[in-house]
Design a protein around this ligand. Structure first.
Ligand code: NAP
Length: 261
């Protein structure tokens, strides 16, 4: 299928690794000019160089996207160096685990600081241009916890649900301008973060990482973790031309992990 987005410009937040990088690679493979962003300058530059060597168009932007300055730098440099942002992929680090009963006011504020404010700031910068040009894609990388809140991830569940509410409201407001707004919700995709979480769980419980992975895979109907490539393909499709009538949805990419419809 021709995704019809060759020549578009994408700013992918937190794309020096994991799911953001998977989305960036899949978009670059479709001929999209991509801005690779993250705090690690060397890593961003190496990825952008690799994508350019493969015939693509990519820039590396070192920025802390949890700060207003970082968002400004990322948008300004993307616009100056590759073009107005047609596709914005919202992504960033996940918060620390913890129970809902123990949440303090600071934790609630942190949920918004980490999971709502940076994404809102990025959308606010790029949405007017998308609406004016009457084409745009906003895609947020979330978590299956948006559909079914995950135990002991209270801050994540709270912040991600708030982001989903904001984006769902927005989707209806900008549909007439041919801007789509969607969420892509990973279950367990094999990234560095998931490997670190498994290693931490193994240490905590005094078992091997393989034990943890086996236990985890048993909860997934597909009996395996998803690959970054599978996640990237879903992201590229939601950002594509053929996905023009899909907006306001939360698509799970989870091998069937969440049992509700
Ligand atoms: N993988 C999964 O299966 C899964 C499941 C549910 C939810 N999620 C969520 O999806 C998101 C991405 O997960 P992942 O697995 O891709 O994690 P990851 O492998 O740890 O990658 C995280 C990325 O975020 C970047 N980053 C972190 N802090 C940043 C900041 N302040 N500014 C800019 N970039 C920053 C990192 O790059 P730098 O170090 O260069 O900044 C890295 O590229 C997280 O919110 C995670 O909780 C993932």
């Amino acid at each position: 299928m021709d995704l019809g987005i060759s020549g578009k410009t994408a700013l992918i937040a937190a794309s020096t690794g994991g799911l953001g990088l998977a989305a960036a690679r899949a978009l670059a493979a479709e001929g999209v000019s991509v801005a690779i962003t993250g705090r690690r300058r060397d890593r961003a530059e190496a990825i952008a160089a690799e994508l350019r060597a493969a015939g693509g168009s990519a820039v590396a932007i070192a920025a802390d996207l949890n700060t207003p300055e970082g968002i400004s730098t990322a948008v300004d440099r993307t616009e100056n160096e590759i073009g107005p942002v047609d596709i914005a992929v919202l992504n960033g680090p996940g918060p620390k685990p913890g129970a809902a009963a123990g949440l303090g006011a600071d934790d609630i504020a942190a949920a918004f600081e980490l999971l709502v404010k940076p994404h809102h700031a990025l959308v606010s910068r790029v949405l007017p241009g998308m609406r004016e040009r009457r084409w745009g894609r906003v895609l947020a990388i979330g978590s299956s916890g948006v559909t079914a809140p995950l135990p002991n991830l209270a801050v994540s569940n709270t912040g991600r649900a708030a982001l989903a509410g904001y984006l769902k409201t927005l989707a209806a407001e900008v549909a007439l301008d041919s801007v789509t707004v969607n969420l892509l919700l990973p279950g367990r995709i094999a990234t560095d973060r998931v490997a670190e979480l498994d290693a931490a769980a193994a240490k905590r419980r005094g078992v091997t990482i393989e034990d943890i992975q086996l236990e985890s895979r048993k909860t997934i109907p597909a009996r395996r973790y998803g690959s970054p490539e599978e996640f990237g393909a879903a992201a590229a499709f939601l950002c594509s031309a053929p996905a023009s009538y899909i907006t306001g949805v939360a698509l799970r990419c989870d091998g069937g992990l969440i049992r509700s419809l």
